[in-house]
Design a protein around this ligand. Sequence first.
Ligand code: ADP
Ligand code: MG
Length: 344
Amino acid sequence: MKFHSTPLKFFLFFLILFTAGCQNKSNNNLIAYSGFTMGTTYHIKIINDNNQITARENFQNRIDSLLKLVNNEMSTYIDSSEISKFNKYEKNKWFSISDDFYNVLKVALMICEGTKGAYDITVGPLVNLWGFGPSKKINKIPAQTKIDSLKKMVGYKKLEIRSNPKSIKKSIDGLYLDLSSIAKGFGVDKVSEFLSDNNIKNFMVEIGGEVRTAGHNQDGGVWEIGISSPDGSNGIAKIIPLSGMAMATSGSYNNYFEVNGKKYSHTIDPRTGWPVKHNLVSVSVLSNSCTLADGLATAIDVLGPVEGYNFALKEEIPILIFINENGKFVEKATPSFKKIINIK
Ligand code: ADP
Ligand code: MG
């Protein structure tokens, strides 16, 4: 299975968006929007060179509605969302789903298969058990017996999908989908497509660190996306010139809790039932599709620095990873990443 036809992403250790530098006349055309969605922030920059946007506020309202729609499809934090309804639905019965939901599931299931279940969108019960789901944080290690019993409920093969009519079915009670690893990327794609449909050719869309760009920035140059330092400081580890592509990042130091000096990440390895234990600090994936990039970044985060890197190498996925080697951060990029970004 080859993923490189569409890949790209970045995890939520902050992605810093560069718009600074010399602000010239063309900045008059820059429209910036920001707001909240999916439990995080979004930032959008649009070069309004042909006056495509005449009513600024109205345009933002349309973007907000679009994001609300995606949330109402894919957020496990909303009780009445499509995903929450399915999670409460009975087994062995087809449940009809929206086009968006179907499209995201197809990408997600491809990654589940490609990683042999290291990435698994049915990992929800374990995510929730470890306190990284919609209910409150628990900040403690759950009982191993509980981990073992919930592990049995996880497995993407317990989910069946059909295209006509678009619907899904679970084969066990309690199968629980979690699309948090991929929904932000999908939101980015959705907004990007909306902008393209409105004849906007130059833009940058970012939701919680997942980003997609098109055309040029306000200075007529390439969009530049900064990846902040893996040491958690406000420094910038790398600036990525990103033209007409998406980048998504996953990492293990942003969302975690600590017990006895040990960190427990929100990335759960379904094969063990435990948060990942490795020294991969972050992985950024490039792709044409932010949905794919987002899912792949989480997947490679689960696989870790060795298995994950080799997987990306084999599948020709452009990735940049940071590894913590005894307190020193070492970066490593696949040849396909270097080729796109033009680094040696
Ligand atoms: P962020 O939301 O910080 O950008 P990710 O895109 O990496 O990070 O998504 C992390 C989320 O993915 C977790 O909070 C959890 O809901 C879900 N998740 C955790 N482990 C897995 C896994 N093995 N496979 C699929 N999804 C996972
Ligand atoms: Mg992800």
